[in-house]
Design a protein around this ligand. Structure first.
Ligand code: PLP
Length: 388
């Protein structure tokens, strides 16, 4: 191993646009003196993103920005206008924000199992769960950036009258919105594929739903002179979930460099996976599904919890960061996180037991990848790591 590869390897190193690339957008803010409240940069960003999604959406979609994916999810759930306490299906294996959004929208999460191959809540699993729980909505997740099938979820929504919102926070570029009757929420957090620092997007084809989400992102104030209530009056109870012009500026600059960064991420991911695969072979299992357009995580399943623990110890002692992504499972957090309905989750538990996130960023090099592959190999085959 080269001396360089012995340096600590961080789990994630976000790469946001540098100052010079922000300059033209910051100049536009100085000129407009608009700093938030649906300003011109935000409007232009929504237009660019609408054009980004349009070729993949037969019926056309609109984009509403929010302050984060979490607030976008809360407002998208609120826009369904379900009775308080209605049940919402969520997968057991996802980021905690999926759960907090449901609870903060005054709804009750129903924690469901996942598909053992693609690690997602699927319409088939959801179908069985609505029968036993009477759930009125489902919040499938593009876990680890793996896109969900919006057309299949749209059919599910129509067949059962169960409303669907998709949490695609980490799947920008891989998740399209082919169905016109489902809202899909993306994150622009620093660690996601389209990074603005903080921010979110709601993409959907139902213009009334998107208008309601936009209104709720601005407290619920009516701004439409043609509406029944006067302008300035509160139509419903919203929040402050607007994207500032400064965040919109960063999002624009990120979007300018998005294709290039996505290509770089794909290339690194492919090399990484190939290197681990040829070193460790059938000891490793991967999430089934599409090759992602812009991976931001590197997650793999080891054969069992014991070998994962060994890997965590060996990697930790060598300064290589790892993370048990999405763990604990949604129903294994503190007792104050309630109310919850919990279904049997044997697949989620099995997948989670060996799941480990390894370092991934645009800055990781092949030497580091080989070094990590050696550590993983030693952990899964139980050989000592003294030869490092
Ligand atoms: C990152 C993430 C979120 C939260 O996104 P924010 O923009 O940080 O609020 C929600 N769900 C999933 C699956 C995520 O990966």
């Amino acid at each position: 191993m080269s001396a360089q590869s012995r340096h600590p390897i961080p789990l994630l190193t976000p790469q946001l646009p540098e100052r010079a690339l922000l300059q033209p957008y910051l100049d536009r803010i100085d000129a407009s003196r608009h700093y938030s409240n649906f300003g011109p940069l935000n409007q232009a960003l929504e237009e660019r993103l609408t054009a980004f999604f349009a070729p993949h959406s037969a019926a056309g979609v609109q984009v509403v920005t929010t302050s984060s994916a979490t607030t976008g999810l809360e407002l998208a759930l609120a826009s369904l206008e379900l009775p308080p306490g209605s049940r919402v299906l969520v997968p057991a294996l996802t980021f905690v924000a999926t759960l907090t959004a449901v609870l903060r929208a005054g709804l009750v999460p129903v924690v469901c199992d996942i598909d053992p191959e693609n690690w997602l809540l699927t319409p088939e699993i959801a179908e069985a769960a609505i029968t036993s729980t009477g759930a009125l909505a489902a919040l499938p997740v593009a876990a680890f950036g793996q896109p969900v099938d919006t057309l299949a979820w749209s059919q599910f929504q129509q067949r059962h009258g169960v409303k669907v919102v998709v949490d695609a926070a980490g799947a920008f570029g891989s998740q399209w919105v082919a169905a016109s009757d489902i809202a899909v929420v993306f994150s622009m957090h620093a660690t996601k594929t389209l990074a603005a620092g903080e921010g979110g997007l709601v993409v959907g084809g139902d213009s009334a739903q998107l208008a309601s989400i936009r209104q709720m992102s601005n407290f619920g104030i009516n701004l439409d002179p043609a509406a029944q209530l006067p302008v300035g009056m509160l139509t419903r109870v919203g929040s402050n979930a607007k994207l500032s012009e400064y965040h919109a500026a960063v999002a624009h600059a990120s979007l300018d460099g998005w294709q290039a960064q996505a290509a770089q991420r794909r290339e690194i991911y492919a090399d990484y996976r190939q290197t681990l695969q040829s070193r460790c072979g059938d000891k490793l299992q991967w999430q089934a599904g599409e090759t992602l357009a812009a991976p931001t995580l590197f997650c793999v399943r080891l054969p069992d919890a014991e070998r994962r623990e060994r890997l965590e110890q060996q990697a930790g002692s060598l300064g290589v960061s790892t993370r048990r992504w999405y763990q604990p499972l949604l129903h294994q957090h503190g007792a104050a996180v309630q109310p919850l309905v919990v279904l049997a989750t044997p697949n989620a538990e099995k997948v989670a037991a060996g799941l480990i996130g390894l370092p991934f960023s645009c800055f990781i090099n092949h030497t580091q990848i080989k070094y990590i592959a050696d550590i993983v190999y030693s952990a899964v085959t139980n050989i000592s790591n003294t030869h490092y």
